[in-house]
Write a protein that binds this ligand. Structure first.
Ligand code: ZN
Length: 279
């Protein structure tokens, strides 16, 4: 299985010379099996560049099939949806899979709202030319999409919940825990540790540098050290710090990586836009 980070930033997209190495687009991760099956996680602004790449393949001919897992519907995870070119080609089949938001609405209604005329000229999911299905999954469920086994877990994210994913393909497993803040940040919830049990790669929220966390407690995100504890307790083989703060420059992220790496034997790196990982 191969993984590519298309967007690694949290909250909102950034531009500027201090953000060039890790990238400014918000969350989007692509997984590819050895046989060529594809699965996306989240549709932040990083999805727009991926969409262009996919258009050089079967997606330009209306023959593309793509499942997309959403962690939740905060804007930094869905803002690429209205600009994801494969949606505009008739014949493509795109499945959007996620939990209903924990407050107030369904997944489908929430995504529809994003395309309402006040926000987007697309004016509704029904105007996307591709066949688009919205599928909801419950926390703790396991299901299959072509090439991948997926298990979900609900994790606390400020006033709501986000969905963590454990994904297996080609005999390798990753866990995706973006947008999470444990009630005790130094004692992560067992549900998160179990989701990441023995994974080859753990992608974990690292929105805050450890020293900034106290000022931002309760905002729904983790300091870098939380991912270390999850990785160590779960026996994860590698840790990717993810969902970088829009305030974090390349140099600041480098600093977080070196300080985080110094406190653990688990190999640590910061997810960088455009980079590949061989799982
Ligand atoms: Zn986010």
């Amino acid at each position: 299985m191969k993984l590519r980070f298309w967007g690694v930033r949290g909250s909102f997209a950034m531009s500027g010379r201090e953000f060039l190495r890790y990238g400014g687009n918000t969350t989007c991760v692509e997984l590819l099996t050895d046989a060529g099956e594809r699965l996306l996680i989240d549709l932040g602004t990083g999805a727009t560049e991926l969409g262009k790449t996919l258009m050089s393949r079967e997606f330009s001919k209306g023959a593309g099939n793509l499942p997309i897992l959403l962690s939740h519907t905060h804007l930094d995870h869905i803002q690429g949806l209205p600009f994801f070119t494969p949606f505009f080609i008739r014949g493509n089949t795109i499945r959007i899979i996620g939990a209903n938001p924990s407050v107030g609405s369904t997944l489908e209604a929430t995504l529809q709202n994003q395309l309402a005329p006040h926000y987007s000229p697309l004016n509704g999911l029904e105007n996307l030319a591709a066949g688009v299905s919205i599928e909801t999954v419950a926390a703790g469920s396991t299901f299959e999409v072509p090439g991948f086994m997926v298990t979900t877990a609900a994790v606390p994210h400020g006033s709501m919940w986000s969905t963590g994913y454990r994904i297996t393909a080609d005999g390798k497993t990753i866990a995706y825990l973006s947008d999470v803040e444990y009630p005790n940040i130094d004692d992560p919830l067992p549900v998160a540790v179990n989701l990441a049990r023995d994974v080859d790669l753990l992608i974990h929220d690292a929105m805050h540098a450890d020293e900034d966390y106290e000022l931002r407690r309760g905002w729904g995100h983790s300091p870098a050290r939380a991912g270390v504890v999850v990785a160590e307790r779960a026996g994860a083989k590698k840790l990717a710090l993810f969902h970088h703060s829009p305030d974090a420059t390349d140099d600041m992220i480098d600093e977080v990586v070196s300080r985080t790496a110094a406190r653990t034997a688990v190999p640590v790196f910061a997810a960088a836009e455009g980079s590949y990982v061989d799982i």
